[in-house]
Ligand binder design. Structure first.
Ligand SMILES: [Zn+2]
Length: 248
């Protein structure tokens, strides 16, 4: 089956239209999976931080318990020394015991100071810890919302995309290999995915450069496949796109 140039152009433009529709669907869906992945990372990061804070808080609380036990021990020793002081035999013994009581009293003071410091640390860390917990909760909510959006959009667009893909595959069979390869190369090189474009206000609607009047005439005649001198995209006239739209 030998196609006329006009038929070739129509087939190319039709394929482009289908591909553009698929591109749009993917664009709509495109950013959501990334947003979901970012939120998942953030939630995981917060969970790790919270775990770490919790561990630090537990350690500090343990340290307070240890200090409190040390105080009890020192108090017991002081009591013991004070009992012994009641029946000292000589000055030397008296001095030694008094010295011991002093040492234990100092030990108690050190422990009390440490306990106050740990208490201050706990208050500070608890604030950070609670802020992280609140952040985690709000991030988890955001994640749920985004996941829901992604699921809805995926469900809504998947069928449409599949149908369009099927159509585009069928449309590709209507185009000779040489042209199809050229089309695909153009499409992959263009960041807007456009390989076949119309004349819009005397310009190429792919790169917006002006098209000389004679060239526009040639394009409208549909006797030759004409590409833009600037960007290399295949050019079709507006009327052709309307004719195609009417056919569908
Ligand atoms: Zn161009």
């Amino acid at each position: 089956m030998e196609q006329t140039v006009e038929q070739k152009l129509k087939a190319l433009y039709e394929l482009q239209t289908l591909h553009t529709k698929i591109d749009k669907i993917r664009q709509i869906r495109g950013e959501l999976p990334m947003e979901v992945a970012d939120l998942e990372d953030e939630v995981a990061g917060l969970e790790t931080r919270i775990q770490k804070f919790k561990g630090e808080l537990d350690d500090t609380e343990d340290a307070i318990v240890t200090r409190k036990n040390m105080i009890k021990e020192a108090q017991n020793l002081i009591k013991k020394y004070e009992t012994q002081l009641k029946d000292v035999k000589n000055n030397r013994e008296y001095d030694a015991l008094t010295k011991e009581v002093e040492i234990q009293s100092l030990e108690i003071q050190v422990c009390e100071k440490k306990i106050r410091e740990h208490g201050f640390e706990i208050a500070q860390k608890t604030e950070v810890y609670e802020k992280a917990l609140a952040d985690l909760e709000s991030r988890r909510k955001d994640l749920d919302v985004k996941k829901g959006e992604l699921e809805t959009i995926t469900a809504e667009t998947e069928k449409e995309e599949q149908a369009l893909t099927k159509k585009s595959e069928k449309a590709e069979t209507q185009i000779e290999d040489r042209l199809l390869i050229a089309y695909k190369r153009l499409r992959s090189n263009a960041n807007n995915g456009l390989a076949v474009v119309t004349i819009d206000r005397d310009s190429c609607s792919g790169c917006f450069n002006q098209i000389p009047p004679q060239r526009q005439l040639d394009i409208r005649q549909r006797k030759k496949i004409i590409v833009c001198e600037h960007c290399g995209r295949i050019l079709v006239d507006e009327a052709l796109t309307h004719e195609l739209a009417e056919q569908q």
